[in-house]
Design a protein around this ligand. Structure first.
Ligand SMILES: CC(C)(COP(=O)(O)OP(=O)(O)OC[C@H]1O[C@@H](n2cnc3c(N)ncnc32)[C@H](O)[C@@H]1OP(=O)(O)O)[C@@H](O)C(=O)NCCC(=O)NCCS
Length: 435
């Protein structure tokens, strides 16, 4: 099934006056009124390229998957507000929505769950790879290696071009496999036997928790994890999704592309922030709990310290996911009767930062990672696994974006330009002549 995205419409052209010449560029407009200047012909017409450090101002693609308005704090998957999906849907339903563009009917949902179940066994070779890692290895490194290794075990899906029928198999396959990989690496790191999936007995999220612990799962814990995974499921052209698209644009296979997404997500400025937040809160706690001292550190330009879980490239008002997570955090801690002193530190830190000029002027607000770590901790998920949980949530988004990209006619390989600032031409010297 192909999702047909609405093509951007043309509105008034933009003009560039440079060096005595006037050049016109087409302006395209998206379905929510976002406009972009199409500069594809700029270099041919003028010899100029654009410079856009960190892609702050570059739309790398048009997309029909996720809409985000950072000023208004809006996030919608396929048009559905994140608040409604978090309250009423499940992670599997949302995954289907991202991949196929519509919420599933009962029949389609059953089919999708059947596909997940069909691919829920993991090859012995992948289990061996996971077990071969040292116990203290980071779960993101293991996840990335195991995902790309799948390409060797499923050569039938390891081409850049896949048929519709192959895509219908490989996307649930990857979801079923990453769930197993995440649970297996945890068990292996604890020196415990691996617990295989039981898709006939449990839903996807409950199954993951069962595979991690080998014990019955509290439905409240499963519900809380469902919400977290829904909130992480897609976020349009962020660092990891752009990595998936960039790698995929070379027609690398889907396993290689998704593995690149896992790698990009690992960094503390992206998905790794959830682990960094808990470590920061624990550092504040160990230091006596004086969060004001850490606010001063974050403001000090001579200090590398940043308030982890604060700030966002696109949200400049509030992160709608953070609002939902903060509420979910209170609810789950109350339901599980947990009193976590880190929550009090987090709330104090947030309150203090939100009234501080430094954070107000720079529009720095808590992001999705600020409270998610406290929930993961309450669900007994170890700190070094937080980012792999984010990857599990983000996987259907990466898949939907990869699918959209490969289904776009005339897609080009991603290949930015540069402004060269190195040495001008010089000539080779024999080693005896070098100073
Ligand atoms: C998310 C993030 C990478 C966005 O970065 P960005 O859009 O490139 O913004 P910049 O890094 O240019 O920051 C803009 C200004 O705010 C400051 N700033 C941004 N985030 C900050 C933070 N968490 N703590 C303290 N200062 C921060 C920067 O120092 C900069 O100040 P300046 O204008 O005086 O130089 C950044 O806010 C950050 O590092 N946050 C912490 C990590 C995190 O939580 N990541 C998860 C994102 S979901």
């Amino acid at each position: 099934m192909t999702v047909a995205g609405k093509m951007p419409m043309t509105s008034k052209p933009a003009e560039l006056n440079y060096d005595g010449h006037k050049i016109e560029f087409q302006v395209t407009e998206g379905s929510e009124g976002e406009r972009g200047i199409d500069i594809n012909k700029l270099r041919d017409a003028t010899g100029l390229v654009t410079i856009d450090n960190g892609f702050m101002n570059t739309a790398a693609t048009s997309s029909a998957v996720t809409f985000l308005d950072g000023e208004k704090g809006i996030l919608r998957y396929r048009g559905y507000p994140i608040e409604e999906l978090a309250e009423k849907s499940t992670f599997i339903e949302v995954s289907y929505l991202l991949l196929y563009g519509e919420l599933p009917t009962a029949t389609r949902l059953k089919w999708f769950e059947g596909q997940l179940a069909k691919h829920s066994d993991t090859k012995e070779g992948i289990k061996t790879i996971i077990k071969a890692f040292p116990k203290e290895a980071h779960p993101m490194g293991i996840a990335s290696a195991a995902v790309v290794a799948l390409s060797g075990f499923y050569p039938e899906y390891s081409e850049g071009h896949l048929t519709e029928a192959q895509k219908d198999e490989v996307f649930p396959l990857l979801m079923a496999q990453l769930k197993n990989i995440a649970a297996y690496q945890y068990r292996a790191s604890q020196g415990k036997d691996l617990v295989d999936a039981q898709p006939k007995k449990f839903d996807y999220v409950t199954d993951f928790l069962f595979q991690m612990t080998g014990k019955d799962v509290d439905p409240e814990v499963s519900k809380a994890l469902n919400i977290l995974l829904i909130l992480h499921a897609d976020h349009e052209q962020n660092c990891s999704t752009s990595s998936v698209r960039l790698v995929g644009s070379s027609q690398a296979n889907v396993f290689a592309s998704i593995s690149a997404g896992v790698d990009a997500l690992w960094g503390p400025l992206h998905g790794g922030a959830n682990q960094a937040v808990i470590e920061m809160l624990q550092e504040i706690q160990a230091d006596g709990g004086d969060y004001k001292k850490f606010i001063l550190k974050a403001k000090n330009k001579d200090d590398n310290f940043r308030l982890m879980g604060f700030g966002h490239r696109v949200y400049k008002n509030f992160d709608p996911r953070a609002k939902i997570i903060k509420k979910a955090c209170d609810t789950i801690l109350e339901k599980l009767k947990i009193k976590d002193p880190l929550l009090a530190i987090a709330k104090g830190l947030e309150e203090e930062a939100l009234k501080d000029q430094y954070f107000v002027e720079r529009k720095l607000y808590p992001n999705v990672d600020f409270y998610s770590g406290i929930i993961y901790k309450a669900l007994n998920i170890p700190t070094n696994m937080f980012t792999v949980m984010f990857a599990l949530g983000r996987l259907p988004g990466w898949e939907a974006q990869w699918k959209e990209m490969v289904e776009t006619p005339s897609i080009k390989i991603g290949r930015p330009r540069q402004i060269y600032v190195g040495s001008t031409e010089r000539h080779y010297q024999a080693i005896t002549e070098r100073k």
